[in-house]
Structure formats: structure tokens, C-alpha cells
Ligand binder design. Sequence first.
Ligand code: NAD
Length: 490
Amino acid sequence: MSNTIAIDGIEVSTDHFINGERVPSAERFEDRSPIDGHLIGHIAAGLPEHCDAAIEAARAAFPAWAALGPEKRREHLHRFAAELKAWGDKLARVECEDNGMLFARLKGHQIERCAHNIAFFADEAMKLVDHTIEGRNAKHRLQFDPAGVCVLITPWNSPMMLTTWKLGPALAAGNTVIVKPPEWAPLTCSMLADVAAAAGLPPGVINVVQGIGATTGATLVADPRIARVSFTGSVPTAKSIAQSTGRNLVPASFELGGKSAFVVLDDADLDLAASTAALQYRNAGQVCLAGTRLLVDGRVADDFVARMKKVVASLNVGDPRQPSTEIGPIIHPRQFDKVAGFVDRARESGATILWGGAKHEAGDLYYQPTLVTDVGESDEVVQNEIFGPVLVLQTFDGDAEAVRLANSTRFGLAGVVFGSEQRAVDVARQVRTGMVWVNSFFLRDLEAPFGGVGDSGIGREGGQWSFEFFCDIKDVMLPQKPYAPVFAGR
Ligand code: NAD
């Protein structure tokens, strides 16, 4: 029988899910809710034998799943997406309790997106069939073969959404998978296995091995039997994974952190820019894409800051289960201390805290939305990802300096530029980053490429880019003209 915990009456298994069955572990780790720090339960810690069993289960399930072909897999995956929507309320409640994301946002947006992550790629995989290139010498019939067993590793800030975003293309391509959920928010990934089983996905196609990254995660990614690692998380972890996968020449994709620029030119719509800047505090700033460096033209900086201050003052920080809450808690005391430490050290070294800068009265893990200014370009608060509700403000003089400052960190995940359209597009095109929004933020389409440059990652997710990663692409060539073997030149 599976070990379970109950959240709001919803039963969630705290065990692994291997070959369609729940598997307990002799070792377990604590899972606490960021809402008030209460203990949710103890989760199975993945030991080497669990990793081995999951890899073998995924290997055994692979030939039949791969042989089904995209059309049959599409049927399975559409059932999975529909089932996920049917479980939407339960998944939203559990994710809210486990990682502190707003329940209203989960219900209003995230569940729909998770289901779309599965259904979209199921449809998109159909485009891989009959993919041909009419070359001068040969007709190339491209075949997108599934790669094999894929290990999917996600972080705690949005585990359900990020996991489904990997599951969709990995499964649609014909691979079988092992999900290694984040240890600070492991529960919805466990539920996804039940959702998939309820939708009738065959045993072994999706396996979930819970555990601590440095042990369970490290064991999985070092195994030579796996075919891919799709990782979303931090830069140090990516470097460690790259060493393991590199040893086995296993392709890995990396979606990593950011320190994205939010540029406000002097002809920007300042109200729109200011309210969008305040949105960077969403999810308590635990968003990889957030534009956390506000770069504002000095001519409009005071005006912009005054407008933003008004919006920020009206933000409701508190319990993420309440519909009126706009900013919830920080995931874990360790993350809270990291965030507070950045602000404290900036203050000590002479920076000005324009607002916030302390724990919020809502509770131990709640931090005030904070804006830091009077900083040096090389200060850690400017250069490093904080991953909390802390933004940094720098001013510039003219568009060229805006571009220089935007490009002055190791990261390059996203970016935002507000200004008159042509000027903003010109600046946007010069920002070294994977994605940049002009006069907007967070508009996403799954057919578009997603990913970063520099320390923000390697590879792209989305549309056909996901399949390029999750497939072994084979070129079957037929001669365009009558063929004759020759030893020298044509
Ligand atoms: P993390 O790197 O500590 O952990 C991420 C995952 O990796 C977890 O599941 C963890 O258990 C696992 N892990 C840790 N060590 C491992 C190892 N040695 N081998 C294998 N797996 C291991 O990151 P985090 O603190 O959970 O997440 C925050 C980071 O994720 C931030 O940097 C954030 O910007 C980034 N992020 C990026 C994106 C994106 O799409 N680019 C999206 C969300 C979050």
C-alpha cells in the first residue's frame, strides 16, 4: 500500500511511481509548506536501487511506446491532458500548499497551461511525419526517432508546469521518462503519475523517483543507460549535471537562471511600464524570467519610481490560498535567508532601499517587495540571481548605455523594453538574451523557442525545438537523378 498524506482531503502518494506501481523507500525526507512552515509529510528518498528500477522500467516500456507512432500517442496524450484538467482543482490546491504559488493563479492559468503543454506537443509531433527536404542531389526523408529513456529534472518554483512542459514533447516524441521532482515541492509531480495512470498511459512510460538532487538526481543523470537529460534549475547544478552527462555523451538541455533587464526608455508609457515592473514581484520573485534589473532612463526615473511605488504599495502580500493575495511566501527558510542576505549586504555596502527590505508581517517566510538602488555595476545584487521579491534599479543616459547595462551580466534569459515601438525594438534587438518582450511581459506561445544564452542555459524548448532535443534525427536519402558510383569528383 502506498504511503500517502492528505491535503484538504486530497490523498497524495509520498512514494515513488515505478512501472505503474507505488514504491516506498526506507529513507524519507521532510516536506514543509511555505505558507506557514507546517510539516506536510515525509517523502520517499530515491536510493540507487530505485533509480535502477525506474530506468529499467522505462527501458522496458520504451519499445512498445515508441512503436505506437505519433497518432496513437496523441490519443493517449489528449486523454492525459483532459484528465489533468479534471484533476485541476486538486492539483492547484496541492501545488499551492506545497510551493506557495497563488491558488487563484494556479486555477486561473497554470492548470490550463499544464494541459496545453501535453496536448500541444501531442499535436505538434504529427508535423514530424513526412518531413522531407528536396535537395539538389538527394531527397531527404527525415525521421524523428525517439531517443530512449529521458530524465526530466525540474525546480521548485513551478514544478507542475515545468514538468508537464518537458513531459509533453518527451512523450509525444515516443520516449519514456523518469521525473525527478524538486525536493522542496515534490507533490504535484507525484500526482501527475496518478493522472497519467488514470488516463491509461502504459506502466513504465512515466516513472517518478522522488529524492534529493545531490544524491538521487546525481545518480540518475550519471547513468549511461539514459538517452537525454532535460534540466531546469540553477547554474551550479547544471554544471554538475553537465560533467556527468558529458562523461557518457548523453545530450542535456539546460534552462537556467536569469538576471533579466527591464528597460524603460524616456518615451515609454510610464504607467504601463511601472505596473508591469511591479509584476516582477509575482510568485514572490521566484520566476526565472523576471526582469529583476530595472534600467530606467535618468530623465524619467523619479517619475517612474513614484508611479511604481504606488502600485507596489497596493500589493497584497499574504496567504496564497486567499483569492485577494497577490504575493505569497518564499519557498523555504534557506531561500528566505538567501534573499534577505542579499538585501542586508547591499544595505551595509551603501545601497539605498527605496522600499521593503525586511520580513513581511504576513509570516516567517514572507518578504516585503523590495527595490534597491545606488548600486555599483559589479555589486552582487546587480550581478547575481536573487530569486525573491527584490529588484534593483539603475539609471542610464540614452539608449546605448541602456544596451550596455542590459548586457553586463553573465545571464541572458529574458528581457523587457518599454518605449516608443521602433526605439524599443531597436534596443530589444541589441540585448543579448534568449527572449525579450517589447511593451509587454510574459506573453508566451508554445510554438516559439524558449531558452537562454550565457549562464541562462543551453538549448531551446518549444515547438519543433523540443523535438530536435528529444529525438534522434535520421536522414534517409534517395537519389534525385540516376545514381552511379564514382571515385573522383562530380
Ligand atoms: P536547483 O538547481 O537547486 O535544483 C533543480 C532540480 O535539480 C531539483 O529537482 C534538484 O533536486 C535537482 N538537483 C540538484 N542537484 C542535482 C544534481 N547534482 N544532479 C541532478 N539533479 C540535481 O535549482 P532550484 O533552486 O530548485 O531552482 C531555482 C533555479 O531554477 C533558479 O536559478 C531559476 O532561475 C531556475 N529556473 C529556470 C527556469 C527556466 O526555464 N530557465 C525556470 C524555472 C526556474
